[in-house]
Design a protein. Structure first.
Length: 284
């Protein structure tokens, strides 16, 4: 039994089916598989009919959930598990990269989760071995859909993407890409800007402090921290907002975690209603 299945205490209430490749949908410039209907959710693969100038293709995993249900980001927060993607058996695929649109903080009885409500499309950047030939995607997907309890869901896809000319991603996929946090060095004017990250080792329990400037509604400002090697950093809490656009977040590390993080590169994702940014910081 996989770690995913043992991580969630729940009963599987639905069964996924293997999906055949499908033709174009009603939306111009995009093809899709049929929907896989699951408990309180449905999922499908979509793909554009164009490649980038670099020869890459963009597909997307689309998840739609019933009201009150949610699914998780790549770092799920205090509880839950991220989606997993197994592309074994795919043909003419050199690499795949999942892009995650900016998530939201979702309070739960046992803590705070990070993810999405209602619907999300996760763009998939595909680099083919030969951009002049069709791509065959085989995907075994595992993810969680949660309300008071979490239901592990699985789906299997077999989806062909024909060789295509250079062009823009399909509008549905392009819109999802726009919601993916941009690197700090490539941020736009309204995207958040990381100003500083510090760790105070003089307190009884070391604290990590993030200061960032946010455009738009300051109430929408949020920050998420990811550490490598399976290390979990507690969710940062918003502690102050200046009269300008500077917002401060803190998280208690404790002595053990503060030592464990030394020399590690942390990924800090900043999210607001005006944009989103992803930055790296090396703990000294």
């Amino acid at each position: 039994m996989s770690a995913f299945r043992t991580a969630i205490t729940a009963v599987i209430l639905s069964t996924a089916v293997s999906l055949p490749a499908a033709g174009p949908s009603a939306q111009t410039g995009i093809s899709s598989t049929p929907w896989t209907e699951l408990h309180a959710s449905r999922v499908r693969l979509v793909a554009g009919r164009a490649k980038s100038a670099e020869g890459r293709y963009f597909a997307g995993l689309e998840i739609v959930m019933a009201d009150g249900w949610k699914t998780y980001w790549r770092m799920p927060g205090d509880s839950g598990v991220p989606p997993t993607f197994d592309w074994a058996g795919s043909a003419n695929v050199a690499s795949t990269r999942i892009l995650y649109p900016a998530p939201m903080r979702m309070p739960e009885a046992g803590g705070v989760a990070i993810g999405y409500k209602q619907s999300v499309l996760l763009p998939v950047e595909i680099t083919p071995q030969d951009a002049s030939k069709p791509i065959v995607l085989k995907l075994a997907l595992e993810f969680g859909v949660c309300r008071e309890i979490c239901i592990p869901a699985t789906a299997n896809f077999d989806f062909s993407i024909p060789a295509a000319p250079v062009g823009a991603p399909a509008p549905q996929i392009a819109a999802a890409i726009e919601r993916v946090p941009r690197p700090q060095e490539g941020r736009r004017n309204n995207d958040p800007k990381l100003q500083s990250v510090t760790v105070n080792h003089t307190e009884p329990s070391p604290k990590l402090t993030i200061e960032a400037s946010f455009a738009g509604d300051a109430a929408s400002a949020d920050a998420f921290i990811e550490a490598p090697e399976g290390i979990y950093v507690p969710m940062p809490k918003r502690v102050a907002a200046d009269a300008g656009d500077l917002v401060r977040f803190e998280t208690d590390l404790g002595r053990h975690l503060a030592q464990e993080l030394k020399g590690k590169t942390l990924t800090i994702t900043l999210v607001s209603d005006a944009g989103a940014t992803e930055a790296q910081w090396i703990s000294p």
